[in-house]
Design a protein around this ligand. Structure first.
Ligand SMILES: [Fe+2]
Length: 236
């Protein structure tokens, strides 16, 4: 297996045999370090005014409510020593309750939900905290191998302090029976897989309204969150 990652204990290999499309897109030559110029060291400007009031609430972006189980997804973005990472753009995208993306190449026979787009964003607060309100995504088939199904997951992207600092990963739900047959999940080194799984947090549920799942994102160190490449443009 080829990998150019600096921490193979935490992150998936860029070329993982069971995850077929990795063979088509992983680098086959050693990477070349390029000097960082203005484009690489400048950052997106993200004043509060750039965000809509409901950008973090995927259940209220249309006239009606989406079908599905309401959930609160929350957690902290942290450095390796536990320090919070404030003012970080956190973006999410996900399938609807039936496991269907609102995406032009997703056409498997599960209905679209007219009240669910599946995208949201927020900025971490002074404590590195983020919170989304959404619906629990469904599993979906993806044709990687016979009867292949993705476990329910939410895609996350984090921007750092420059355009080149972007991390992409997926959050999973506890005890999903589909973990063992999913090569995207199993491409994460076994000892690091639990870091990609959220935990149910009863204390953050909203009475008579929504369940809650907590997931902390750690940028570096021995407890760092497993990250994907940032060019994983498919909908899996
Ligand atoms: Fe996905």
């Amino acid at each position: 297996m080829t990998t150019f990652r600096d921490d193979t204990a935490s992150h998936p290999s860029l070329d993982y045999p069971g995850y077929k499309s990795t063979a088509l897109r992983h680098p086959k030559q050693p990477l070349i370090a390029l000097p960082h110029r203005l484009t690489e060291v400048t950052a997106p400007v993200l004043p509060e005014s750039r965000f809509g009031e409901l950008d973090h609430d995927l259940t209220r972006q249309h006239d009606g409510e989406p079908i599905g189980q309401r959930i609160i997804v929350h957690g902290h973005v942290k450095e390796d020593d536990g320090r919070p990472v404030p003012n970080t753009l956190v973006e999410v995208w996900q399938a609807n309750a039936g496991g269907r993306y609102r995406h032009q190449v997703d056409n498997w026979p599960s209905p679209l939900d007219p009240n669910f787009s599946g995208g949201g964003r927020t900025i971490t607060d002074d404590h590195g905290y983020f919170r989304f309100l959404t619906i629990r995504p469904g599993a979906y088939p993806w044709r990687n191998h016979p009867n292949a199904w993705r476990p329910a997951h939410i895609h996350f992207s984090l921007f750092g302090r420059a355009f080149t600092q972007r991390l992409v990963t997926q959050m999973y739900f506890p005890d999903d029976p589909l973990f063992g047959q999913d090569p995207i999940f199993t491409s994460i080194p076994a000892a690091a897989r639990h870091r990609a799984i959220s935990r149910f947090s009863l204390d953050r549920t909203q009475d008579n309204w929504a369940l809650a799942f907590e997931w902390d994102i750690v940028l570096r160190g021995t407890e760092q969150t497993p990250f994907e490449t940032d060019d994983d443009g498919d909908v899996a």
